[in-house]
Design a protein around this ligand. Structure first.
Ligand SMILES: [Zn+2]
Ligand SMILES: [Zn+2]
Length: 349
């Protein structure tokens, strides 16, 4: 049968479908994504000089070499800075619970920060190796700090690129939102990895990683500490996951060397997306066991997921939660591994 294949995720238990009969060739996804000039223009951008544009003072400022800065040097020499979001979804306070009729509500207490890098037009795929490491180190250090806050149950780190991926501002920035509850999706992943662990006495992600590295077909890139792949059960075309080779439940526990390697593989893989698929919008995010409660989640394995925004959810997806992908991850990975003529000329990997 070659109409489609249903695949079930080992961790979440979700099904996805790969429409083999309707499969597109990888090149069908490769078009130049247009980010219009009204969106990308630098004039009027509030992150050129964040404090002059009414943002609060930075919580943390680093220069291009990754050194911490303060005072007037911070204004002049900054490469990346952490600022509280001017329009926060969650604000410091007490997460008090209330009853509203049959419902339970809670005050939206937490933290909402932005990690802004300086150059308006230089995005993740274009960072140098050391800039990528600096931004990734900021993620880790803020993760450590915020997960130590009494009211925080979960720290979400994510990055939106392009208007279609929800980035209202074009200027490169990532977001960190620390909340007083564990999100249901993440909770389900914890339950799934615990179930696998009880049955097989090992981490589901370590098992997957071993299988994928033996098979090789879905792997896009690898360095000393990380592997990037298009997962066997991809929810969308060209979905990518980056796994650390070392089993570690909590993102906040990664070493300085791993920070370097993580930044490097992320920028390279995003570079592949940019070059091969014509600069598509995307979201990436980190999934991690909550810090401080690693003892509860020894079976979990933190990782990073990248979801390019190149297909839309239509009726079937919305009605069933089963996404139909029109490219098999095996072909997507092979396409991302290969180089276009343009990238062979200009890109050093
Ligand atoms: Zn800007
Ligand atoms: Zn593991």
């Amino acid at each position: 049968m070659d109409s489609s294949e249903l695949r079930r995720d080992l961790v979440s238990g979700d099904w996805i479908a790969i429409a083999i009969g309707r499969a597109k060739r990888p090149h069908a996804f490769s078009r130049v994504h247009h980010h219009d000039s009204a969106y990308t223009k630098r004039a009027g951008c509030p992150f050129e000089k964040p404090q002059s544009s009414g943002n609060a003072p930075a919580t943390l400022v680093l220069d291009y070499a990754g050194r911490t800065l303060s005072g007037t040097r911070a204004d002049r020499e900054w490469f990346t800075q952490v600022i509280p979001n001017r329009y926060p979804a969650f604000m410091p306070g007490e997460p008090k619970k209330h009853a509203v009729g049959p419902f339970e509500t809670m005050d939206g207490a937490g933290f909402h920060e932005l990690v802004v890098s300086r150059d308006h037009h230089r995005h993740w795929a274009q960072y140098t190796q050391s800039e990528a490491a600096t931004v990734f180190r900021v993620y880790r250090d803020r993760y450590r700090t915020l997960s130590g806050e009494r009211i925080v149950q979960y720290v979400a780190i994510f990055h939106n690129f392009g208007r279609e991926a929800g980035a209202s501002l074009y200027h490169p920035h990532s977001q960190i939102i620390a909340i007083p509850v564990i999100p249901p999706d993440v909770q389900r992943s914890f339950a799934g990895s615990a179930r696998y662990f009880r049955r097989h006495h090992r981490c589901v992600h370590c098992a997957l990683l071993e299988w994928e590295r033996r098979k090789q077909g879905r792997i896009i890139a690898e360095n000393r500490a990380f592997v990037a792949m298009c997962p066997f059960v991809s929810r969308s075309a060209f979905e990518i996951r980056i796994f650390p080779k070392r089993h570690e439940p909590c993102f906040g526990n990664i070493t300085d060397r791993e920070v370097q390697e993580a930044g490097d593989i992320l920028r390279r893989v995003l570079g592949r997306l940019r070059n091969r698929l014509g600069n598509p919008p995307y979201n990436f995010f980190i999934h991690s066991a909550p810090c401080g409660r690693v003892a509860l989640y020894p079976h979990y394995h933190w990782h990073l997921e990248i979801l390019p925004k190149i297909s839309v959810w239509a009726g079937f997806e919305i009605a069933t939660g089963i996404e139909i992908s029109t490219i098999a991850p095996e072909y997507a990975a092979a396409f991302l591994r290969s180089r276009s003529k343009a990238s062979r000329r200009g890109e050093r990997m």
